[in-house]
Design a protein around this ligand. Structure first.
Ligand code: UDX
Length: 443
C-alpha cells in the first residue's frame, strides 16, 4: 500500500518505520526541515531501541521517505495516517489544533479517494468531526473515510511492541475501510480487534486510565503497608497470582509519569465532565499520583527534619528507564521541592541529562557518572529504575557517600540484600532497612 504518515514524533515515526518494514511504501511528513534532513540520513530524532536500524534498512530498501512538502507526501497515496500531537489544554482537555491543520493540508492537497487513519489520541467524537471537516472541504465526488487506530506503544519498547502487541484496534463505521486497514496491519501478526469509531477512541482512554488506576491503587496499598509493617511486593505478588487481577502494573513506586497517563487521565475526566459526568474514581487516581510523586521528599523530611544544606544525589531523571523523555517525570517535582528546601542537588541519568537541563531548576548540578553523583552525598533519591542503578555493587554507596542513606522510589533493591550493607534504605511500601538513626540512638 502507498501510505503517508503525518507527524514524526514517537507515534508517527515508529508507525511509519514499522509499516515500511512490513512492505508498504511510506512517506513521513513533518514540518521540521532539519529533522526531516536528519531522518533522510537514517538519524532518529528520538532514542528508541532498534528504531534507527529499521529506519536505515527501509530507507535503503526504497520503502521509506521523508518530506516537509504535503503535496509531494500525499501524492499517489491511498491512506494517510495522522500522528500529530494532541497536547493538553489548561483545563486538561485535548488541543486539536495540530490535527485541524493536517485536515486543512489534506483538503488542499489530496485529489483522490482517501482513507484517513487517526493514530493520535483524540477525544471520543473527534474522528466524526474530522470526517465532517474533510467532507466539507473536499470535492463531493471523492470517497473519504476515517478510521480510528489508536496506539498502545510503550516508550523505550515501541518497536518491539509494534511487532508483539496484544491487539491492534481498528475503529471504523465503513466495512470496506476497516478491511483496508486490517490488510495493511495483518503482516504484524498481532490480533486485530474491529469495532466502531467511538468505541475505538474510548478503548485508548479507558485502557490508559485503567493502567493508571492500577498504579495508583498499588501505591495506596504501599502507603498503608508502610504504616502496618506489611510488604507491598509480597502483597502485589499474591494479588497478581489471581488471573482476574493480573500481575502486571502492580509495581509500587513514586507514581506514573510520561506523555500518556497524566495527559490521558486528565483528558478523560474532562471528556466525562463535558457530558456532566463526574469521573470521581479517575480524579482520585490523579490526586493519588500527584501525592505519590512527593513521597520521597516526605520520607526524607520525616527522617532528617530539615533538609537545608544537605547534598542530595538524584539518580534517574527520565519518567522511566530506556528513554530520555522527561515529560511529567517525578524528577521534576522532586528537584523543585529539594531546591525549595535548601538542598544542593546533583543529578545523574544515563541519557536524559540534556533534556533535563531544559526542564529542571537551574540550581540543579549534573554529574557525568553514577559514582560522581553519589560522591559525598548525604542522601540518594532513586527515581528511575535504570539497570545501571539496579545492577550496582551496593558497596559503592558505602564507599562514596558522606552518609549512605537511600530513598528509593522504584524499589530497586531486595531488602535481604541491602541488609548486608551498612546502608539506610527507605523504599516504597516496605520496611526501612538499617535505620542508622535508630542504631546511633541505641549506641
Ligand atoms: C503507556 C502505556 O503503557 C501505553 O500502552 C500507552 O500507549 C502510552 O502510555 P509509557 O508512557 O511509554 O506507555 O510507559 P509505561 O511503561 O506504561 O509506564 C508509565 C509510567 O508508569 C512510568 O512512569 C512507570 O514508571 C510507571 N509505572 C508503570 C509504575 O509506576 N508502576 C507500574 O507497575 C508500571
Amino acid at each position: 500500500m502507498n501510505i503517508s504518515v503525518v507527524g514524526t514524533g514517537y507515534v508517527g515515526l515508529v508507525t511509519g518505520v514499522a509499516l515500511s518494514h512490513i512492505g508498504h511504501q511510506i512517506t513521513c511528513i513533518d514540518i521540521d526541515e532539519s529533522k526531516v534532513l536528519r531522518m533522510r540520513q537514517g538519524i532518529s530524532p528520538i532514542f528508541e531501541p532498534g528504531l534507527e536500524e529499521l529506519m536505515i534498512k527501509n530507507i535503503e530498501a526504497g520503502r521509506l521517505f521523508f518530506t516537509t512538502n504535503h503535496r509531494e507526501g500525499f501524492k499517489g497515496k491511498d491512506v494517510i495516517y495522522i500522528a500529530v500531537g494532541t497536547p493538553e489544554k489548561e483545563d486538561g482537555s485535548a488541543n486539536l489544533t495540530f490535527i485541524e491543520k493536517v485536515i486543512e493540508d489534506i483538503a488542499s492537497n489530496v485529489e483522490n479517494d482517501i482513507i484517513v487513519v487517526t493514530k493520535s489520541t483524540v477525544p471520543v467524537g473527534t474522528n466524526h468531526y474530522i470526517k465532517g471537516l474533510l467532507k466539507a472541504s473536499m470535492p463531493s465526488d471523492l470517497k473519504i473515510e476515517v478510521v480510528s487506530n489508536p496506539e498502545f506503544l510503550r516508550e523505550g519498547s515501541s518497536v518491539y511492541d509494534t511487532f508483539n502487541g496484544d491487539r491492534i484496534v481498528i475503529g471504523a463505521d465503513n466495512e470496506e475501510a476497516a478491511k483496508v486497514i486490517e490488510e495493511i496491519n495483518k503482516p504484524f501478526g498481532v490480533p486485530i480487534y474491529k469495532t466502531d469509531i467511538k468505541s475505538a477512541e474510548m478503548i485508548k482512554y479507558a485502557s490508559n486510565a485503567f493502567l493508571a488506576t492500577k498504579i495508583s491503587f498499588v501505591n495506596e496499598i504501599a502507603n498503608i503497608c508502610e504504616k502496618l509493617g506489611a510488604d507491598v511486593e509480597s502483597v502485589a505478588c499474591g494479588m497478581g497470582m489471581d488471573k482476574r487481577v493480573g500481575s502486571m502494573f502492580l509495581n509500587a513506586g513514586i507514581g506514573y509519569g510520561g506523555s500518556c497517563f497524566p495527559k490521558d487521565t486528565k483528558a478523560l475526566t474532562q471528556i466525562a465532565a463535558n457530558i456532566d459526568h463526574d469521573f470521581e474514581l479517575l480524579k482520585a487516581v490523579i490526586t493519588v499520583n500527584n501525592n505519590q510523586q512527593q513521597r520521597l521528599i516526605e520520607k526524607a523530611t520525616e527522617r532528617f527534619g530539615s533538609l537545608v544544606g544537605k547534598r542530595v544525589a538524584i539518580l534517574g531523571l527520565s519518567f522511566k528507564p530506556n528513554t530520555d523523555d522527561m515529560r511529567e517525570a517525578a524528577s521534576i517535582i522532586t528537584s523543585k521541592q529539594l531546591i525549595a528546601n535548601g538542598t544542593h542537588v546533583i543529578a545523574y541519568d544515563p541519557i536524559a541529562i540534556e533534556n533535563a537541563r531544559r526542564i529542571l531548576p537551574s540550581e540543579v548540578k549534573y554529574a557525568q557518572s553514577f559514582e560522581e553523583a553519589i560522591t559525598e552525598a548525604d542522601m540518594v533519591f532513586l527515581l528511575t529504575d535504570w539497570a545501571e542503578f539496579k545492577d550496582v555493587n551496593l558497596n559503592v554507596y558505602v564507599e562514596k557517600m558522606n552518609q549512605p542513606v537511600i530513598f528509593d522510589g522504584r524499589n530497586c533493591y531486595d531488602l535481604d540484600y541491602v541488609k548486608n550493607y551498612s546502608i539506610e534504605y527507605h523504599s516504597i511500601g516496605r520496611n526501612v532497612v538499617n535505620n542508622l538513626q535508630t542504631v546511633s540512638s541505641l549506641d
